[in-house]
Design a protein around this ligand. Structure first.
Ligand code: FAD
Length: 472
C-alpha cells in the first residue's frame, strides 16, 4: 500500500467521528478529523447534551410541587427562561471543550473546514477564509451526520417555524406551541415546554404517540403527559401552515374533518435528513439509497477505502449508535494496518440497540415491541412488572412505570426489553446486558438486587417470566 501521511481521515467531528478518532489513536493509527463547525457535532452542540440540560432544569422546576407538599412557599414568578437556555448552551460548550481535550490527549489532528471527497484516499478541505488544502489517508471514514427534515410549506424560519436547533436557541418561552411529530425529539421538547407553562399540542400522523415504542410503555407516557396538560392529536395530518403577525395557523385533517390550530410557534420534529449531498461520494464509488450511504461489514462502503458511520447510514439515528459504528470501523482498519484483532461484531445487532427518550416519565427499549413481533409473526410472550409493586417507586412517589420483557415462549430468550418511569433510561441496561451476554430471565430473577431500588423491578419482571414474581 502507498504511503499516506494519515492512516485514517475522518470527515465530521460528531459522536461518530470523534469517537472513531480516539479509538483509532488508541490502536496506534494516525488519525485526522475534519470538522466544518464545532467538535461534538449535533449531539454535543444542538442535540443530546443541550436538550438534556433543558430537561434537567424542567425537572427541577417540576420538583417545586414536591416542596409545596412540605408547606414550602416558592414564588415562581421570577422564572427567567433566558437563564435556563444559557445553562443549556453552557452544557453544549463544556461538551465541545471536552471533545477538544480528547483530541489533544489522543494526539488527533483537527482540521477546520468543509471537506469533500476528491479521490478514494483524498479529502479537499475548504477553510472559512476560502483557502483549500488536501488531506490524503489510507482510509476515510465519513461521519457527516444529519439535519432536521423540512416539510414543504413549513420551511424553518427559526422564529415561528422551529427546528430542534431553533427551539434550543429560544431565549424566551412562547405562550403556545404546536409540535409536529411525537418521536423522541418532539416528546422531549413537549415535556420541557409544558413544564415551564407553555400550552402544548402534539400532532401525530400515526394512530398513537411514540410510535416506535411498545404500546404499553407509550401509554404510560401518554397518560402522564395528558395529566400535565399536553394535548395530543393522533391520526392527524398537518396539511398547510400559514404564518400570521402573531403566530401560526396550522390546518389539520382528522377523521375526514378539517380544523385550524393556532399557536405562537410550531416545532417541526418529523425526522432527519442525512448530510450526504455535495460530498463527492458517488464520484468516489460510494452507493447511496435515498440519501443514506449503503455499507457492508465493518461499515465499509462500495469504495473499499471509504467507510461510513452514524446518521448518514440507515441505522437508528442515535449518538451511541454513531460512536459504536465508528469504533467497529476503525478497529477493523487497525486489524488491517496494525495486525490487531478485528472487532468481533461486523455490524451492530439491531436487536440489541437501546433507544431512550428522556422526558418524564422516561422511556427506553431495545429489540422487539409487541407490535413488531406480531408484524413479523414471531412467536413471543410478554411479562410486565408495574412500579406499583416496587418499594422504591412507592417511597419516592413515582408509581407510574413498568419493566416489560418480551421472550421466546419455549427457550425464554429475551426478544425485547422495555422500561418506562423514573430512571427508565438507566434501568434498560441491565436487561440489555442480559440480552448481550445471552443470559436468561432466570439469571436476572435469581440475582440479588439491593433493596429498595427501582432495579428490583427488572428482577421481578424476570421472575414474572419464570412465573414467580413476588410483589404483585
Ligand atoms: P453529527 O452529530 O451530526 O456530526 C456530524 C458532524 O460533521 C457535524 O459536526 C458537522 O458539522 C460535520 N460535517 C458535516 N459535513 C461536513 C463536511 N462536509 N466537512 C466537515 N465537517 C462536516 N441521540 C442520542 O443517542 N441520545 C439523545 O438523547 C439524543 N438527543 C437528541 C436531541 C436532539 C434535539 C437532536 C436533534 C438529536 C438527538 N440525538 C440523540 C441524535 C444525535 O444527536 C445524533 O444521532 C448524533 O449526533 C449523530 O452523530 P454523527 O456523528 O453521525 O453526526
Amino acid at each position: 500500500m502507498a504511503n499516506f501521511p494519515y492512516d485514517v481521515a475522518i470527515l465530521g467531528g460528531g459522536p461518530g467521528g470523534y469517537v472513531a478518532a480516539v479509538r483509532a489513536s488508541q490502536l496506534g493509527l494516525k488519525a485526522v478529523v475534519i470538522e466544518k463547525d464545532k467538535l461534538g457535532g449535533v449531539c454535543g452542540n444542538w442535540g443530546c447534551i443541550p436538550s438534556k440540560a433543558l430537561i434537567n432544569q424542567a425537572e427541577a422546576y417540576h420538583a417545586i410541587e414536591a416542596l409545596a407538599h412540605m408547606g414550602v412557599k416558592i414564588d415562581v414568578s421570577g422564572l427567567d427562561y433566558s437563564k435556563v437556555q444559557a445553562k443549556s448552551r453552557g452544557a453544549a460548550e463544556r461538551s465541545g471543550k471536552g471533545v477538544q481535550f480528547l483530541m489533544k490527549k489522543n494526539k488527533v489532528e483537527v482540521v477546520s473546514g468543509t471537506g469533500t471527497l476528491t479521490g478514494a484516499n483524498e479529502i479537499t478541505v475548504k477553510a472559512a477564509d476560502g483557502a483549500t488544502s488536501k488531506i490524503s489517508a489510507a482510509y476515510i471514514v465519513v461521519a457527516t451526520g444529519s439535519r432536521p427534515r423540512e416539510l414543504p410549506g413549513m420551511e424553518f424560519d427559526e422564529k415561528q417555524v422551529l427546528s430542534s436547533t431553533g427551539i434550543l436557541a429560544l431565549t424566551s418561552l412562547p405562550k403556545s406551541l404546536l409540535i409536529l411529530g411525537s418521536g423522541a425529539i418532539g416528546m422531549e421538547f413537549a415535556f420541557v415546554m409544558r413544564t415551564f407553562g407553555v400550552e402544548v399540542t402534539v400532532i401525530e400522523m400515526l394512530p398513537r404517540i411514540l410510535p416506535v415504542e411498545d404500546h404499553e410503555t407509550a401509554a404510560v407516557v401518554e397518560k402522564a403527559f395528558v395529566k400535565n396538560g399536553v394535548k395530543f392529536l393522533v391520526n392527524t395530518k398537518a396539511s398547510t401552515l400559514k404564518k400570521t403577525a402573531t403566530g401560526v395557523e396550522l390546518t389539520i385533517e382528522k377523521d375526514g374533518k378539517t380544523e385550524v390550530l393556532k399557536a405562537e410557534k410550531i416545532l417541526v420534529a418529523v425526522g432527519r435528513v442525512p448530510n450526504t449531498a455535495d460530498l463527492g461520494l458517488e464520484k468516489a464509488g460510494v452507493k447511496l439509497d435515498r440519501g443514506f450511504v449503503l455499507t457492508k461489514d465493518y461499515y465499509q462502503t462500495d469504495a473499499a477505502s471509504i467507510f461510513a458511520i452514524g446518521d448518514i447510514i440507515p441505522s437508528p439515528l442515535l449518538a451511541h449508535v454513531a460512536s459504536k459504528e465508528g469504533e467497529i470501523a476503525v478497529e477493523f482498519l487497525a486489524s488491517k494496518l496494525k495486525g490487531t484483532h478485528a472487532p468481533h461484531e461486523k455490524k451492530l445487532d439491531p436487536m440489541a440497540i437501546p433507544g431512550a427518550t428522556y422526558c418524564e416519565p422516561q422511556i427506553a427499549s431495545f429489540g422487539l415491541t409487541e407490535e413488531k413481533a406480531k408484524e413479523k409473526k414471531i412467536d413471543y410472550k410478554a411479562y410486565s412488572f408495574p412500579f406499583t409493586g416496587n418499594g422504591k417507586a412507592n417511597a419516592i412517589e413515582r408509581p407510574e412505570g413498568l419493566v416489560k420483557i418480551l421472550y421466546n415462549p419455549k427457550t425464554h430468550e429475551i426478544l425485547g426489553g422495555h422500561t418506562v418511569g423514573a430512571n427508565a433510561t438507566e434501568l434498560i441496561h441491565e436487561l440489555l446486558l442480559a440480552k448481550k451476554a445471552e443470559l436468561l430471565p432466570e439469571d436476572l430473577a435469581t440475582m440479588v438486587h439491593a433493596h429498595p431500588t427501582l432495579g428490583e423491578s427488572v428482577m421481578e419482571a424476570a421472575r414474572g417470566v419464570e412465573g414467580w414474581a413476588i410483589h404483585i
